[in-house]
Every structure is written in structure tokens, then in C-alpha cells.
Design a binder for this molecule. Structure first.
Ligand code: NI
Ligand code: MN
Length: 227
């Protein structure tokens, strides 16, 4: 069993009871965040999907405080390595078995400039296998047909965490199509409401997925689901 806790925007912790992974920790500066950077005591890894500030967020401070390994694309790993932090570089299509679980980076159609406009490589999604549970976090992306391949090769996915806020990523209807491609056991919306341009109603996504034969649930910031 894995516990997925939503901390707002695209930030999640995923734990199998033995290991805990944090993804895209944008907490400082997010009024809707459900955790503070100093609240993490023990973390195995922090996965960063791309360089934008609302995904890199508090990664450096949390990695420094917990000693967690940063896992990201090569350019972001170098960015954090230059700050004296420990980071493991992966890149699109590449995966690795770590002691806590398996991480594979997938494509994402988006940008990945850093906090000061640095080039930080290609944005990514991630397929995480933790304790035998397979979770896809799409990062920031538009809809792409290869989501079918992700569902086919790594499925059945136990959960798919999908951006729905439109403007910068898939909107609701594209994310509903993504669920059709991925066929996860459950889909959960993220990347909505944080900023005015992405203020969409996530219950519409949930209703549309469930009406189309898929399964989606809404997880409010601070709440968890078990898969
Ligand atoms: Ni982004
Ligand atoms: Mn974003």
C-alpha cells in the first residue's frame, strides 16, 4: 500500500511506510500549501519534474535539512550539485532502481527554465514504483498521445496525478482525455487554483472522468489517499 498526500499545487508525498518521497515541493509562496518546508523530518528523495519556481520551490532547503537525495533531470541535478546538495541525474526515458524504489522520467511538453532564467533541461513527468505501487506524476504538460504508451508499458498504474488548470498545462477536457489514454486505477487532479490563470473547478474534472468510465477523486491539500 502507498499513501499519497497532496500538499497543494503539484506537491505530493508518497510513502509505502518504509520510504517517503517528496515531489515538486512548492510550499513557500503558495497560500494553499498544506505543509511548511521545515515540517519534513525524514525523506528519502525529492523528485523535481522541471525548473519552474512552482516546482523547484523549497527543494534546496528541504534537501539540506533532511539529507534527502534530489532526483531530477541532468541539468537540474547539476544546478543543485553546484549548491553543495546531493542529486542524482536521470533523463527522459531513463530509469533507475534506488534503494527506496524505481524512478523513471517520461516526456512532458512544457518549459524548464530555472528561478533566474537558467537553462534547466527538458521538463519531465515521472513514473515512480514504490513498494510495488506504480504512480505517474505528469509534472506540467500538455496532452500527448504517448500517454497511451505510458499506460500500456507501466500499467496498470495505481494512480495518475494530472495537472488540470489549463493556461500552462492541460485543462480539464484534455486531462479527461489523458485519463482515457493512461487508464489508471485512479486519477487525481493537481495544478489548479494556485494562481488566477489556473483557477478551475477540479470537481468538474472528477465528474467528467467518472462519467466517461474512468475513476477520479479529489484530494484536498493536506488530505491523503491510499492506493
Ligand atoms: Ni511549469
Ligand atoms: Mn507549474
Amino acid at each position: 500500500m502507498a499513501t499519497l498526500t497532496f500538499l497543494g499545487h503539484s506537491c505530493w508525498t508518497i510513502s509505502d511506510g518504509k520510504h517517503t518521497i517528496l515531489i515538486d515541493p512548492f510550499l513557500t509562496g503558495n497560500d494553499l500549501a498544506a505543509a511548511k518546508p521545515e515540517s519534513f523530518k525524514k525523506l528519502d528523495a525529492i523528485i523535481v519534474t522541471h525548473g519552474h519556481g512552482d516546482h523547484i520551490g523549497d527543494t534546496a532547503a528541504i534537501a539540506k535539512a533532511t539529507g534527502a537525495l534530489i532526483v531530477s533531470n541532468f541539468e537540474i541535478a547539476n544546478f543543485f550539485g553546484a549548491q553543495g546538495l546531493t542529486a542524482h541525474p536521470l533523463h527522459i526515458g531513463g530509469g533507475r532502481q534506488f534503494d527506496f524504489g524505481h524512478v523513471k522520467l517520461t516526456i512532458a511538453h512544457h518549459g524548464s527554465s530555472g528561478p533566474n532564467g537558467e537553462y534547466l533541461g527538458s521538463p519531465a513527468g515521472v513514473v515512480l514504483n514504490l513498494g510495488g505501487k506504480k504512480i505517474y506524476h505528469a509534472g506540467d504538460t500538455g496532452l500527448f498521445l504517448d500517454m497511451k504508451l505510458i499506460g500500456e508499458m507501466y500499467g496498470p498504474l495505481d494512480a495518475a496525478l494530472l495537472p488540470i488548470g489549463d493556461n500552462f498545462t492541460m485543462g480539464i477536457d484534455d486531462a479527461v482525455k489523458a485519463v482515457e489514454f493512461l487508464r489508471p486505477k485512479v486519477a487525481v487532479p493537481m495544478h489548479y487554483k494556485t494562481f488566477p490563470p489556473i483557477d478551475v473547478d477540479p470537481s468538474q474534472f472528477v465528474a467528467k472522468v467518472n462519467a466517461s468510465g474512468g475513476k477520479a477523486v479529489l484530494v484536498d491539500p493536506g488530505k491523503s489517499i491510499e492506493v
